[in-house]
Design a protein around this ligand. Structure first.
Ligand code: GLN
Length: 270
């Protein structure tokens, strides 16, 4: 493939348009569309060259080793979000939680819910997502991964939604957390992702402020909350958790050493 003239032309087109991962991206397109003709390939290469995300062009992307369908209706799964999966798995192991009841809030593509369901086979996982179009993607992803998660289309910020749930062991979420400032300087690729999956209000913390008090009631005593958040938000997220009487608050860093997620426990009532 590397010796193929057309392949090299495609790499050049992308590189000339400033795509740093030109070789990798071209390779993915060639591999994923082995039967596409030159015209079809070129149109994908041009799309990518204009900053359109590779993942949306391919239509699938891997998360925690599982293939996920992605399109413009859902956020593209990020490698740093795999940290949430690792943390939930190790939490269950450490605390001997064998059949955890898990709710994934703002589920998007469903990647978190599905990876957890696959990795913790005895778990009972529900994905909650407001967007009907995203829910279609979750359904598809559950199907291709043979996952039997429950899927619930609802607004996680409404009391009526949280009220339906009780006895949850672990709430996990990667809510929208970008600030107004960050929204103004998005990387080109990110501008194609749904704003509703990215924007978390002026300081990016709206979802944490609203979700934590609302969903606390649905959590078992001694149950856990696990959130992803953005660079520099850990202190504020920690404070919100503390104000809501959560304890054992611990943070973890992603592969780039950025403090990226938190685990917190709801007080046990003795
Ligand atoms: N991690 C995403 C980004 O940096 C944001 C995802 C989110 O808001 N949950 O673009």
């Amino acid at each position: 493939m590397v010796n193929n003239k057309f392949f090299r032309e495609c790499v050049s087109i992308m590189a000339e348009n400033g795509i740093e991962s030109a070789y990798f991206d071209t390779k993915c397109i060639f591999e994923d569309f082995p039967h596409a003709d030159r015209k079809e390939i070129l149109s994908m290469v041009e799309k990518r060259s204009a900053g359109y995300p590779l993942q949306y062009i391919l239509g699938t992307w891997e998360f925690y080793g599982y293939k996920m369908t992605v399109n413009e209706n859902v956020l593209i799964p990020r490698p740093e979000t795999e940290l949430l999966i690792e943390n939930v798995i190790s939490l269950c192991r450490k605390n001997n939680i064998i059949r955890p009841v898990i709710a994934d809030l703002c589920s998007g593509s469903g990647c978190i819910a599905i990876a957890l369901d696959k990795e913790i086979p005895e778990s009972e996982v529900t994905a909650v997502e407001i967007s009907g179009k995203a829910v279609e993607v979750i359904r598809k992803n559950a199907e291709i991964n043979h996952s039997d998660i429950d899927i619930f289309c609802a607004d996680v910020l409404r009391n009526e939604t949280a009220e339906i749930f009780s006895g949850i062991d672990i709430i996990v979420s990667n809510p929208p957390y970008l600030t107004t400032e960050e929204m103004n300087v998005l990387q080109k690729e990110v501008t194609f992702e749904p704003v509703t999956a990215l924007y978390g209000g002026a300081d990016g913390l709206d979802f944490y402020r609203k979700m934590i008090p609302l969903w606390k009631k649905s959590l078992k005593n001694g149950g856990y909350i696990m959130f992803e958040f953005g660079d520099g938000q850990h202190e504020e997220v920690g404070n919100i958790l503390e104000h809501n009487d959560f304890h054992n608050i611990t943070f973890s860093r992603d592969l780039q050493k950025i403090i990226r997620s938190v685990t917190a426990q709801k007080q046990e009532v003795l």
